[in-house]
Every structure is written in C-alpha cells, then in structure tokens.
Design a protein. Structure first.
Length: 212
C-alpha cells in the first residue's frame, strides 16, 4: 500500500487550486493500492510558528507546565510531522497569492522544516537530506503568466515549495502541474482551466507507478 498525503492549501470553494485538489483526490481514489489522506491547512488547528513554540520546547525539557497555546503548538507540529512521516508521496495543492504561498501553508512548512527531521548536518557541517525515499507532487494555480522569463523570478510559490521539498528534504519530484493565465485571459479562462484539469487527472494516474 502506498500512502499519499494530499495537502489542501486553499479555502476558496471556487479557487482553481481547490478544484485541482478535488480533481486529484477523486482521480487518485481510482488508482489501486493507494491510501489517500487529506491534510487541510485551513481546517487544522495550526497556530503560527513563533517564540511560543520555542518556549514550549524549553518547558518540556525542564518539565514545566505548558500554556494552552504552547500545548496546541506542540500538538500541531507533531501532527504535521507525523503526516509527512507516514507518506510515501506528498501532494501539495496551492495557489499563488501575492507572489507566494498562503500563510497557512507556510505555517505547515514551518512545522516540518526542522533539522533532524527534513535534514541534518554531518560532522563536516554539510547538510544531509533525510527524505530521499519520498516523492512529491506540485499542483499550483496562478491567474497571471509567471512562466515567462521576465516574470519567473517573481514567482515565489512553486519555486519555494520545490526548494524545500526537493532541495532541503531530498524528495523526488514526481510531477508538477501548473494552471496559469486564466485571470489574464478571461475569454480563455474556461479553456485554460479545463485543459489543466486533464493534466491533473493524468498526474494522479502517475501514482500507479509508485511502489512503497
């Protein structure tokens, strides 16, 4: 059985990346031998990463009582890490918002982007990737055109996700589907989105090639 974790990072019902998520999950459920789990960053209790979490770490080490927020933070971080640990494939469905990813997705990444979990340093001080046995899939939607050479440097969502999950954690990129330009060309929006959803379906079918 191959464990597939699908991370939903858009709470807009009519969002294109929401539709990508829904289409991917629906298609993935048709593939034999998969256990598909959903993690919705907007539905989970995910307090923002900050000093409170570091306070909690210190209190745990010293056996001190935690505040409610500190307890929630530790539980949320552990749940996110457990979800990634259990996954053979991590699928991220997210929009480009203001040139980057939604804050809730950033919080999820803050929870799992940790030395000793995603990576470590060896005796020579070199970074060692710790998740080279996993794969990941990128499902992204953006209303403008950011694949053009002049706009590509401004795109900090897909680039960031790939840098984290591939560059830091060492996961293999199984597939990448980007739907773009539907806001820039409203007269072609329906066509652009429909074509993109066919690529999403084809992407989900690629899960059949993954063996845990």
């Amino acid at each position: 059985m191959t464990n597939v974790l699908v991370i939903k990072a858009n709470n807009r019902p009519d969002g294109v990346s929401t539709k990508m998520f829904e289409t991917y999950v629906e298609e993935a459920k048709k593939v034999a031998g998969l256990n598909v789990t959903v993690y919705d960053v907007f539905e989970e209790d995910t307090p923002y990463f900050g000093q409170e979490l570091f306070n909690a770490f210190g209190k745990v080490q010293n056996g001190e009582e935690l505040t409610e927020l500190e307890s929630r933070l530790l539980a949320a971080k552990q749940k996110a890490m457990d979800a990634v640990t259990a996954a053979d494939v991590v699928v991220l469905a997210f929009p480009l918002w203001n040139l980057t990813i939604p804050a809730k997705l950033q919080t999820f990444i803050d929870y799992v982007y940790a030395a000793g979990f995603m990576f470590k340093y060896n005796a020579e001080g070199q970074m060692v990737q710790l998740m080279t046995d996993k794969k990941f899939v990128v499902l992204n939607a953006r209303g403008g055109y950011y694949s053009a050479p002049e706009a590509q440097p401004m795109e900090m969502s897909v680039n960031y996700i790939k840098n984290v999950f591939s560059g830091i954690a060492g996961m293999e990129l199984l597939d990448e589907v980007v739907i773009e330009g539907h806001n820039a060309e409203p007269n072609r929006a329906e066509e652009i989105i429909a074509e993109g959803m066919e690529r999403v379906k084809a992407s989900a079918q690629k899960l059949a090639t993954v063996t845990a």
